[in-house]
Write a protein that binds this ligand. Structure first.
Ligand code: GRG
Length: 288
């Protein structure tokens, strides 16, 4: 059972591994642009979940470091591309000017491409080939067209008449798949059995939905300086979110409901899963 301030501990572990990541063979401009976004801070939720998922399934956190770094690389790439003029056209991320503002649009696209690809180089460093290939499959499916990229496509295409069901599916893909894959890869790295991985997937999926509802609430009630990104864009751009659809109270209810389902998915697991339980509760506290 983990007893220390494990979120802070795993976050620091993940940060250290990302800082030391070599980006072998990358031209200096490329390495600079990739590091700029990858090392810009952030909560490291996906990296932490990979490490915590591994420990919750009885493994050692360090065994999931390649999975944690790979999940954070995919996340950083998605933020760089999401901020581009062709997408959300944002100039502030994690309290710093966005990649395309600093490096220009072409280099920002390439920094995203580089991070996306490097995530899989990083996973290939997992010593056991069966574990490595299971992680590659898990992350590729979650990040690709069936997952995060597909969610972004849906978001950009929002059909007229899109409602709660459309929103749920779009967010499941866009935000939920990567969060779920982080937990799942952590458990794979621990050698977890099928039942444990099924519970981890379910937990991760509900946690992702709760996370998104919280993020939607904070877009309205949060502080731009604390959040380090432009807020209020959902309303300004007439986006469909849990808040625009159900109001602030309705979105908070959705976050609580999804958190309860995430916790329920872990029932039957022992105290090793307490970290995952505490992480779900902690995330909900961001709005309560
Ligand atoms: C461009 C392929 C492509 C995908 C973009 C994930 C995504 C899809 C876009 C990011 C924009 C966004 C607002 C997504 C919804 C919630 C989310 C992922 C917020 C950012 O994650 P945090 O809060 O960020 O974990 P930090 O900075 O803490 O890592």
């Amino acid at each position: 059972m983990t007893t220390v301030d494990d979120y802070g501990f795993y976050k620091a572990m993940c940060e250290k591994a990302l800082e030391a990541y070599p980006f072998e063979g990358a031209p200096e401009t490329s390495s600079k642009a990739m590091r700029y976004s990858l090392l810009a801070g952030g909560k490291r939720l996906r990296g932490v979940l990979a490490l915590g998922g591994c420990v919750s399934a009885g493994g050692r956190a360090e065994d999931a470091l390649p999975a944690a770094c790979a999940a954070e690389m995919i996340h950083a790439y998605s933020l760089i591309h999401d901020d581009l003029p062709a997408m959300d056209n944002d100039t502030l991320r994690r309290g710093k000017p966005t990649s395309h503002v600093v490096f220009g649009e072409a280099q920002a696209i390439l920094a995203g491409d580089g991070l996306l690809t490097e995530a899989f180089v990083c996973l290939s460093s997992i010593p056991d080939p069966v574990t490595a290939s299971a992680c590659v499959r898990c992350l590729a499916e979650a990040a690709g067209s069936a997952g995060m990229v597909g969610g972004q496509v849906m978001d950009m295409e929002k059909p007229s008449g899109a409602g709660a069901e459309w929103l749920r599916e779009m967010e499941r893909r866009k935000t939920g798949c990567l969060i779920r894959a982080a937990v799942e890869m952590g458990m794979i790295c621990a050698g977890a059995d099928g039942d444990m991985i099924r519970r981890g997937r379910e937990y991760g999926a509900h946690l992702g939905a709760a996370f998104q509802a919280v993020d939607d609430i904070l877009d309205v009630t949060g502080d731009e300086k604390n959040m380090g990104k432009s807020l209020g864009k959902d309303r300004d751009e007439n986006k469909l979110t849990a808040v625009t659809l159900f109001g602030l109270d309705g979105a908070a209810d959705a976050a609580r409901r999804e958190t309860a389902l995430a916790l329920e998915a872990l029932s039957g697991l022992g105290p090793e899963a307490d970290f995952l339980r505490r992480t779900a509760e902690m995330m909900l506290k961001r709005v309560n």
